[in-house]
Design a protein around this ligand. Structure first.
Ligand SMILES: [Mn+2]
Length: 336
């Protein structure tokens, strides 16, 4: 991958970076890290996201460079860009209203992600590493390769280190999910040498709850249902839950881990009623393929974390349907 991308960056001037709807630590961290690198070469770059940056990740955007996509303001910028990087995103649908302009743009389009999804033929460069637990880890290796083999100059500075650390910390569930391996820890060790503070970063990302969020979590836990000898756990969040706790749908990020904390559970589902449909989030343990179930609802993702959105769907119907369909995915698939 690297030589092509090194040349792509060196030989162009106008860059657009984007990532998925409801960005997470890996999206924002990866965008900031790549942005700083591109800018350091004297190029122009903009980060355009469909969603605003969640409050707990704004510390990464020290110079407030991330912009929320606005069609009138940014359309021409996208159409006329030289290169567009789509980070941590595996399908066009997840960049929402940016999709038509990116498709129309004459820019060279590059995907860097750790999920399968996009059709490679729709892109000029398609860098997918499903062994990486985070896009931030792919970028770390990219930067190290440039430092060693191409530029001889140090790329990773404290700000990039903080962004990549946050990307990897959040996408590995603080270094515990599948695909967290020795290399991940070695990379983290290298990043820590830049003087970043793990406790400080963790606090900024996770110790930011409001009373409303705790009350919402209370409801979420109260609503947990267990089925199939305790192998399936699910919970439901309704619009009234958000209204009554003065929160919104973004507040449930991370709640699904509570479902997997039950020892018997292999698959957890969170059903969220939104204003225009129902969101289904699937989480699983080991070789339980949650993404196959997500696919049955027109969604996708990877083995242990996936999701689907059913526009206009009714939540009770979807719970019934998903519970029924889930049964055949609850057993681990043994691979010899
Ligand atoms: Mn990611």
């Amino acid at each position: 991958m690297n030589k092509d991308i090194v040349d792509l960056i060196n030989n162009n001037q106008e860059f657009i970076l984007t990532s998925h709807v409801n960005p997470d630590g890996d999206s924002i961290g990866s965008e900031i890290a790549l942005f700083i690198y591109i800018k350091s070469l004297g190029k122009n770059a903009r980060i355009l996201n469909y969603s605003p940056t969640p409050d707990n990740y704004t510390f990464l955007d020290k110079d407030k460079v991330i912009e929320q996509f606005d069609e009138t303001k940014h359309k021409d910028m996208i159409l006329n860009a030289d290169v567009i990087f789509i980070l941590d995103t595996n399908e066009y649908e997840r960049i929402r209203t940016l999709e038509p302009f990116i498709k129309l743009s004459s820019a060279k389009k590059t995907v860097i992600d750790h999920h399968l999804g996009f059709k490679p033929e729709e892109f000029d460069y398609y860098i997918i590493d499903t062994n990486s637990p985070a896009t931030g880890e792919i970028l770390y290796r990219f930067f190290k390769d440039i430092e060693i083999n191409y530029s001889g100059k140090k790329i990773i500075n404290p700000q990039i280190a903080e962004a990549l650390y946050t990307a990897i910390m959040t996408d590995t569930g603080s270094f515990k999910y599948e695909r967290t391996d020795a290399e991940t820890h070695l990379i983290i060790s290298e990043l820590l040498k830049h003087g970043i503070n793990p406790y400080d970063i963790y606090s900024k990302v996770y110790n930011n709850a409001t009373a409303g969020k705790l009350h919402l979590l209370g409801r979420f836990l109260e609503n947990v249902k267990l089925l199939y000898e305790g192998r399936l756990a699910y919970s439901t969040m309704l619009q009234k839950d958000f209204k009554e706790t003065d929160t919104d749908e973004y507040a449930i990020e991370g709640f699904s881990t509570h479902l997997l904390s039950l020892s018997t559970v292999t698959l957890g589902i969170v059903f969220t009623e939104t204003k225009n449909g129902v969101k289904l989030s699937f989480r699983s343990k080991g070789n339980v393929y949650s993404n196959l179930l997500a696919k049955e609802f027109g969604g996708g993702g990877h083995q242990n974390a996936s999701g689907a959105f059913v526009a206009g769907g009714r939540i009770n119907d979807l719970i019934e349907e998903a519970v029924k369909k889930a049964e055949k995915y609850l057993e681990e698939i043994k691979i010899n």
